[in-house]
Design a protein around this ligand. Structure first.
Ligand code: RM4
Ligand code: MN
Ligand code: MN
Length: 438
């Protein structure tokens, strides 16, 4: 999560060519502008400097649910070392932060981690402190309870809508008490068959519920609205894409922004373009990072398509360079590793995020902008490819050493003995868990 007091305010005019070609501005904001020969030959020192600056500014939040047993609709795969309590999840997250140094906050799901709601605050906050981390975004859960079978804020039954709203309001209060800024909303609302749901009425209900939620925010808090095209609903989902999320966020109030979960798109959708548009609208609030091959697979970041993640980071860096403003974006991981060891998979995702973020910082944006203006297609594309293919692993090691961290976080975790210890402690309880639906 990257905090910034100065967030981007969109101008009422589209960027003019003049502004785009402003030489002084380029030089002011582009470290890459220092490259000789338009970025073709960057010195080793320049590369090291850019990578280290990028890494200093990068943090990513971990999901508490990523350390618990998860599965598919065919059943859960129980792991002997999986966390089954909030304390265990926070402890595991603390280990990831200890070896990577860039994930001091953990996102929580209220129902799963604050079972007594507000009454759990003191205990959970203390647990996080014990493990050297803090509570990050607050995720209300308005999809698990039986009452939400036909929806939450979009349910035709006003009592159910009220129950959902009350839970969201309690989540906002929890956020205030733990000093966390973002309340992150994902709704499973939708329908499975044509004709069964009144889409416009439901949209109206969402608008009302979200507006009321917004009225309870403190000035620092934000509501992040997450969209998803399908699953669990298979015909229509009430907030199915970024356009719907954007319209609802606008109707909700100024502290509502859109959250992009990288797994929540149709195949082949251009995610970095969505990111670019949300940035120019000052409506991009955060990310849920994961990788996917088919649907919302929640795989390790970059395991399928690292270039996609790089392109997203590039659009953000390009925007920041052009505007001179820091995009106020919460970076979060939302993954559930069914087969891999959870802590190791999380370390892989975090280090991959660092690598791709740093590579995106290496793009020679000055040259890129010039090539784009002149429609020099091959040269423009090469600017991205050159940065993407730069091996920065040694720079990462140097950065880690400079922060007193181990050069290889995965190896450091493996040598720590933590996994053996928790496997011993947790195996008996996990063994007793049932994974089947029968
Ligand atoms: C959804 C979505 C939400 C997450 C739930 C558990 O697919 O990604 O962010 O909280 O899963
Ligand atoms: Mn998500
Ligand atoms: Mn998801």
């Amino acid at each position: 999560m990257r905090g910034s007091s100065e967030s981007f305010r969109p101008t009422s005019h589209p960027q003019s060519q003049r502004q785009f070609l402003d030489e002084q501005k380029w030089n002011q904001y582009s470290v890459a502008a220092k490259h000789s020969g338009g970025g073709l030959s960057m010195s080793a020192n320049q590369q090291e400097e850019i990578v280290c600056q990028a890494l200093d500014s990068f943090q990513v939040e971990l999901p508490s649910w990523g350390f618990a047993n998860t599965g598919t609709r065919f059943g859960k795969f129980i792991q002997p070392a999986a966390a089954t309590t909030t304390g265990e999840k926070l402890s595991d997250a603390g280990q990831v932060h200890r070896v990577t140094g860039c994930c001091p906050a953990v996102a929580i799901h209220v129902l799963w981690d604050f079972p007594s709601g507000l009454k759990s605050v003191a205990e959970v906050r203390a647990l996080a402190g014990q493990h050297g981390i803090r509570i990050g975004s607050i995720n209300p859960n308005v999809f698990q309870d039986q009452i939400y079978k036909y929806g939450s804020l979009g349910n035709p039954d006003p009592h159910v809508r009220r129950a959902a709203l009350d839970h969201i309001l309690e989540s906002i209060e929890i956020g205030k008490q733990v000093g966390s800024r973002d309340v992150s909303l994902w709704f499973a609302d939708g329908s499975n068959y044509p004709g069964t749901a009144h889409m416009r009425n439901r949209r109206q209900c969402f608008e009302e519920g979200l507006r009321e939620s917004h009225a309870h925010l403190s000035p620092e808090q934000r509501l992040l609205l997450e969209y998803k095209p399908f699953e669990p609903a298979f015909y229509h989902t009430d907030i199915a894409d970024w356009g719907m999320a954007l319209l609802l966020a606008r109707a909700t109030g100024p502290q509502a922004k859109v959250l992009v979960d990288t797994g929540h798109h149709y195949q082949a959708q251009n995610i970095e373009q969505i990111v670019a548009w949300l940035l120019s609208e000052n409506m991009l609030g955060g990310f849920h990072f994961n990788d996917r091959r088919y649907a919302d697979d929640d795989l390790t970041l970059g395991s399928i398509d690292p270039y996609q993640v790089f392109r997203i980071f590039h659009e953000i860096a390009f925007f920041e360079w052009e505007t001179g403003c820091r995009a106020d974006i919460a970076y979060m991981i939302d993954q559930s590793h069914n087969l891999k060891g959870k802590i190791e998979a999380m370390i892989q995702s975090v280090t991959t995020a660092q690598e791709l973020f740093a590579k995106a910082a290496l793009v020679d944006r000055k040259s890129l902008a010039r090539h784009q203006e002149r429609c020099e297609l091959v040269d423009a594309e090469e600017c991205l490819k050159r940065a993407f293919y730069t091996d920065i692993r040694l720079n990462l090691q140097d950065w880690r050493r400079s922060k007193g961290l181990a050069e290889d976080p995965l190896a450091a975790f493996r040598h720590s003995g933590y996994l053996e210890e928790i496997t011993r402690e947790r195996a008996p309880k996990n063994k007793g868990l049932v994974s089947s639906y029968a």
